[in-house]
Design a protein. Structure first.
Lengths: 312, 393
């Protein structure tokens, strides 16, 4: 029983990470109708920038002699990482995708793969992140907040779930309660009509990319909190796998649907963790992709994806 | 008319095929001749393929440092057969597919006379068949999976095999640590990890111990929470983790955070300076290894001193094995009637009682080496000598 609850907590935590990444996939799909395959690398960049920025701020790897950093340093690292990666997201959209606005969707898709490969290998250059795994900074003390019935609730899990929740609620407000959100929904509904109504479509698209990149950066930051130890180099297959699972989450929830991405992320996280705990643990990726196949067979539009639901 | 036409078509395509294969064969023959005529006055080229970057980067770099040291030493002595040795190293980024590319390139375009590599068994199993097919002898410094040398008569190793390592680990746990109930956590995708896991479990059970649960993960997994939670629920005394150091560091951190304080025990895949990244999470943990730099034998101390003055760090087991593999190769080259693949393989196979840093090396009929084994304890991220383990052959 205790391991069941522990698994649930782990599943929700990782589900939150998937949801943050899935939001980026789904928003870009909602507006541009293409799958941004470079998105998982934006997430990787977020994790590595967390490590880099923490280093600049003097946080030592693994805690070092100084122990964990103060809480405001952690928040500072999160904010700086999101800002930096947001700028990178803007630049990528401006340089790689905007020139292809009138081109067939396939060209954009292939460009996205190119951007993905570029980011993976550029990150491996010696003067960027290098080709070795690097130790993660200790931004949070490994404290157990409380234990209930053999389940230890850790500060890290609370921080990860809490941050994901705040960001997802922020997205909800942004999309459904602000002018920019209305504009995003309008562009998603019809780019042409939106521009006829005086919406600056290019600006909306840039904004979407920046927000998506910032959420992925936050996911990268939270990933380094959740998995202290070593961060694998940017071209490691592990990053692509995490990105793919988040993509599955977006599809399962209904691609193009913001609430669907959150729901899909949590579902995929829970299914992955429960299946690893109670079925054969070595097939964890297979379970996730089996879900994808089932959803595509029986409900291709995803759980929340309905024609009437507004897409962003 | 129709059958005639068909027959003619068949004949024609058969002829085309014949012609094509003839071309391929003659090309192959040209290549073979090219290799034979490799100029006999310049330096002798040997190839090394290794994970110089990636998740197991210290494996490749340590081994390469060890080999370079051996090459320098040999060249200072005048080389082999009066010719200098030149070493060509290619990085396979820790990937099996890149391994095949690197090995093919070393043999076909660089025309090396012998190959050294790899550390990870999965990658030796990828590179080995290429070397075997092209008839170039390959010595793996530290691939311990038994299947590696089973590839064929061109493939050798200078380290012990996992059957032996599994037994040694089991014996150490039962007799030295006196722990009886254990769990294992291994990487299903790596031949080394899953092989060693099997050998360990068999040996541990045969010696009277109990393995309560065997958990697995795959390449690229970085979350071991579910497996560790299951292990915690099983209530065991230790976890056997036959993985590589990058995985072990993360497994240890996550296990400690879940409140699992039992020892982790592993094999030579742990051997890396990067264990320091685990901080104190790996205290009270042990692994079986090829050698200890604290060994007082003069060969070991001379090697450690030389390595330290060249690279500024303590050599791990992989550096020592890289050095041994290269030295053994030079010894065989000197004895071989020619540097042709067959002659050289014969000379390597005839190696008896070669005095290496990691112990005396005799190549047996299965092209393996029977070696001694040590157990190291991790103390604040640094491996310290703990025990010698003797198990029957």
């Amino acid at each position: 029983m205790s391991s069941f609850l522990q698994t649930l907590i782990d599943g929700v935590t990782v589900g939150g990470l998937y949801a943050l990444i899935a939001l980026g996939y789904t928003m870009v799909y909602g507006i541009l109708k293409f799958i941004n395959f470079a998105h998982s690398d934006i997430f990787t960049l977020g994790a590595w920038m967390t490590l880099t920025i923490a280093g600049w701020l003097g946080v030592q790897a693994g805690g070092g002699a100084t122990g964990p950093a103060a809480w405001y340093v952690g928040v500072g690292v999160l904010v700086l990482t999101m800002v930096f990666v947001g700028v990178v997201g803007f630049v990528i959209e401006r340089l790689a995708y905007r020139p292809l606005r009138q081109a067939p969707k396939l060209n954009v898709l292939i460009t996205a793969i190119g951007v993905s490969l570029f980011l993976q290998n550029f990150g491996q250059l010696k003067f960027i992140f290098g080709t070795d795994p690097a130790p993660t900074p200790l931004l949070l003390p490994g404290v157990t907040l409380f234990s209930v019935g053999g389940v230890s609730i850790q500060l890290v899990d609370v921080a990860v779930i809490g941050t994901s929740l705040v960001l997802m609620l922020g997205m909800e407000v942004l999309i459904f309660r602000t002018r920019m959100g209305s504009a995003m929904r309008a562009v998603s509904f019809s780019t042409r009509n939106a521009s006829l109504m005086g919406i600056n479509v290019d600006k909306v698209i840039s904004f979407t990319f920046v927000i998506g990149a910032m959420l992925a950066a936050a996911a990268g930051f939270l990933y380094t909190l959740k998995y202290p130890g070593q961060l694998k180099q940017t071209a490691d297959g592990m990053w692509v796998m995490l990105g793919l699972k988040a993509f599955v989450a977006a599809v399962v929830g209904g691609i193009g649907n913001v609430r669907g991405a959150v729901l899909g992320g949590l579902l995929i996280g829970l299914i992955e963790y429960l299946s690893v705990a109670y079925l054969k643990s070595e097939y964890r990726d297979a379970y996730v992709f089996a879900i994808l196949i089932l959803v595509l067979l029986f409900r291709p539009e995803g759980i929340l994806g309905r024609a009437t639901v507004e897409k962003v | 008319m129709r059958p005639m036409l068909t027959r003619r078509a068949v004949t024609r395509s058969a002829l085309t095929l014949l012609l094509a294969s003839a071309t391929v064969f003659s090309l192959g023959a040209c290549k073979g001749k090219g290799k034979g005529k490799e100029d006999a006055t310049g330096p002798i080229k040997i190839g090394h393929y290794a994970s110089m970057t990636g998740s197991e980067a210290t494996f490749g770099r340590s081994t390469d440092n060890g080999i370079k040291l051996a090459v320098e030493e040999q060249n200072a002595k005048g080389g082999v057969k009066g010719r200098k040795i030149s070493l060509i190293t290619y990085d396979n980024q820790g990937k099996p597919d890149e391994t095949v590319t690197a090995v093919t390139r070393l043999i076909d375009s660089d025309k090396v006379v012998a190959l050294l590599g790899e550390v990870a068994s999965s990658r030796s199993l990828a590179g080995g068949p290429v070397a075997q097919r092209k008839g170039v002898p390959m010595i793996s410094p530290s691939s311990t999976n038994p299947d590696v040398t089973a590839i064929g008569d061109m493939i050798f190793r200078v380290c012990f095999i996992d059957e032996f390592q599994g037994k040694a680990g089991a014996k150490f746990i039962l007799e030295d640590l006196k722990l009886k109930r254990g769990a294992t956590l291994y990487n299903r995708a790596q031949a080394y990890s899953s092989g060693l896991n099997g050998f360990f479990v068999d040996a541990f059970k045969a010696m009277g111990g109990e393995i309560v649960t065997q958990q697995a993960f795959s390449d690229g997994d970085n979350d071991f929470g579910a497996q560790l939670a299951a292990i915690r629920d099983a209530g065991v005394d230790f976890i056997y983790v036959p993985g590589y150091y990058t995985e072990v560091v993360n497994i240890a951190g996550q296990a400690r955070r879940l409140g699992l304080t039992i020892p982790l025990i592993g094999g030579d895949g742990w051997d890396s300076a990067e264990l320091a990244n685990a901080g104190d999470a790996l205290n009270n943990c042990y692994f079986t290894n090829h050698y200890s730099h604290e060994d007082q034998r003069p060969e070991v101390q001379a090697f450690v001193k030389k390595y330290q003055s060249t690279y500024g760090s303590v050599p791990d087991g992989l550096a020592a094995l890289g050095y041994d593999a290269a030295m053994l190769l030079f010894d065989a080259m000197e004895r071989a009637p020619s540097l042709d693949g067959k002659d050289l393989a014969g000379a390597i196979a005839a190696t008896k009682g070669f005095a290496g840093v990691t112990g005396s090396i005799t190549i047996d009929a299965n092209r393996n080496a029977a070696k001694s084994i040590v157990v190291l304890e991790v103390v604040n991220g640094a491996p310290k000598f703990r025990a010698n383990v003797n198990v029957g052959p």
